[in-house]
Design a protein. Structure first.
Length: 211
């Protein structure tokens, strides 16, 4: 997102985006603006058909792409207007829910995604809940904005040093960390956060006492 928002205008902005879309809002996400990023995320899932929970799905651009290919995708968000827009665009399973207490049975999903949404959430709580949602050896995928990116005031830009420890504490093994610079038609991997637009972290659920 390009501009800063104070807390009182956040819900208004999401209502605006849900009603009118991203184009006229003055804001963006890579999930919306970059076809290459959506394809790159799809490639991280491999070739098997999966059950995916996307936390903070927003207007559902990525989620609709995944659902149209081969996956069963459930999108979760607190913003009803955003979910309504995602459903109007074709997402069949769009649920209004809190990421800290999800309304699904344990071990319901193969993948839990936090794509450009983790900065709105409490890491300890949502990673533990993601662990509960995942089947054995299920994966969690996280993308978040690099430190220099301008985002609205309610979004916290976590670095890998902040994301990795609570993932491990919640019962995950870290598989990959990458710095990405998404363009409209390509994704460039760069060596550091200073050169990146997004941080990507992938982790696998391990059995633990959390169960």
């Amino acid at each position: 997102m390009r501009e800063k928002l104070n807390a009182s205008t956040r819900s208004k902005v999401y209502r605006q985006i849900g009603t009118g879309g991203w184009r006229k809002s003055g804001f963006f996400t890579f999930s919306y603006s970059s076809t290459a990023f959506r394809r790159w995320m799809a490639a991280q899932l491999g070739t098997e058909s999966l059950s995916i929970l996307s936390v903070g799905c927003g207007a559902g651009e990525l989620e609709n792409d995944l659902a149209e290919s081969r996956h069963r995708v459930v999108g979760v968000d607190l913003s009803y207007p955003m979910l309504k827009r995602a459903a109007q665009a074709g997402l069949k399973l769009a649920v209004q829910a809190d990421a800290r207490l999800l309304p699904f049975d344990a071990a319901s999903f193969d993948v839990v995604m936090f794509v450009e949404s983790i900065g709105h959430l409490s890491l300890d709580e949502v990673f533990k809940e993601a662990h509960r949602m995942l089947r054995s050896s299920g994966r969690v995928l996280v993308t978040t904005y690099a430190p220099h990116m301008s985002v609205h005031g309610r979004y916290r830009k976590f670095g890998s040093k902040e994301i990795v420890p609570p993932l491990r504490e919640a019962g995950f093994r870290i598989d990959r960390q990458q710095f990405l610079k998404p363009k409209r038609s390509e994704i460039i991997e760069v060596p550091s956060a200073d050169q990146a637009s997004l941080l990507y972290v992938a982790a696998t659920r391990e059995n633990s006492t959390i169960d």
